[in-house]
Design a protein around this ligand. Structure first.
Ligand code: UTP
Length: 286
């Protein structure tokens, strides 16, 4: 069985739900406290054993490339002013992983974005991580998916239980076997009545390279976009998929409430902010 060494992170979307901020700042670069959310996703990949990361980016997201690159001027200024702690923090970012970039000229959908990774991926299984799905965990979420891949030699979808009334917002999995979590199907944004379960796919996937055959044949789907979910649905007819109901907390930071929740929760985990944040939340308790 081949090891999962590569991750693809599509970050070329328009982020229209976060306008006007995303007019000039990629939504994946919006900070959770003082660290861009994408940094956390890269950290999760690295902690899961990923060696190479490909960002599917766009001409409007140059700041992502700059962030994960060296910054000689800033480094030399920090060095001259003796700010060693900040200097090391900055240097560490570019050393996190091997980074690669492909540009998606037009945001035609997540399926179109992942298809651009074909050359980078070659003939290996790989991870897909969405740039606006943030996780808080003890054991890295992607590592939990890799464990399922290694157990069954299969494709894997990271899932979380969502409120039944919210199923229409997600891709919902249909189980062949609820005990082993073998998946039979996936329904994109079902109505509350038609949802086959309450388990939603939330931005973490392991897929085998045969996904590219399905991406090549992909037609436009929801919103007139090429949806990665549709390519997985086609691959399900030929290969096994299992769900990984991972342990950890998921934040959809592509919407305002999810983003605010992540900021509060991450601040509450920081030694330098925890006490002030708790006191403040108690004070404003309404
Ligand atoms: P989303 O659909 O959540 O992102 O895609 P979006 O299109 O930027 O969001 P809104 O609805 O306009 O606010 C999930 C991930 O896939 C990337 C996005 O950047 C996001 O990280 N994506 C989406 C692409 O890379 N290319 C696309 O064509 C679409």
């Amino acid at each position: 069985m081949k090891k999962v060494r590569k991750a693809v992170i599509p970050v070329a979307g328009m982020g229209t739900r976060f306008l006007p901020a995303t007019k000039s700042i990629p939504k994946e670069m919006l900070p959770i406290v003082d660290i861009p959310s994408l940094h956390y996703i890269v950290k999760e990949a690295v902690e899961s054993g990923i060696e190479q990361i490909l960002f599917i980016t766009s001409p409007y997201k140059k700041s992502i490339e700059d962030y994960f690159d060296r910054s000689f001027e800033l480094e030399s200024r920090l060095e001259k002013s003796g700010k060693t702690k900040q200097l090391n923090m900055i240097k560490d970012i570019s050393n996190l992983c091997e980074f690669y970039y492909v540009r998606q000229g037009e945001p035609l959908g997540s399926g179109h974005a992942v298809k651009l990774a074909k050359e980078f991926v070659g003939n290996e299984p790989f991870a897909v991580m969405y740039g606006d799905d943030l996780m808080k965990y003890e054991k890295p979420i992607l590592k939990q998916l890799i464990d399922v891949y290694e157990k069954y030699d299969c494709n894997v979808i990271g899932v979380q239980k969502v409120r039944h009334e919210d199923v229409y917002k997600y891709g919902i999995v249909e189980y062949e076997d609820i005990n082993t979590k073998k998946i039979k199907g996936l329904v994109e944004k079902p109505s509350v009545e038609d949802a086959p379960s309450d388990n939603a796919g939330v931005g973490r996937y392991i897929v085998k390279p045969e996904i590219f055959d399905e991406l090549d044949k992909l037609q436009t789907g929801v919103n007139g976009e090429y949806q990665f979910t549709d390519a997985m649905i086609s691959l399900m007819k030929k290969q096994d998929f299992y769900a990984c109901e991972f342990m950890g907390t998921y934040y959809d930071i592509g919407n305002q409430f999810g983003y605010l929740k992540a900021n509060i929760d991450f601040a509450l985990c920081r030694e330098d902010l925890k006490k002030d944040m708790k006191d403040y939340l108690k004070k404003i308790d309404i």
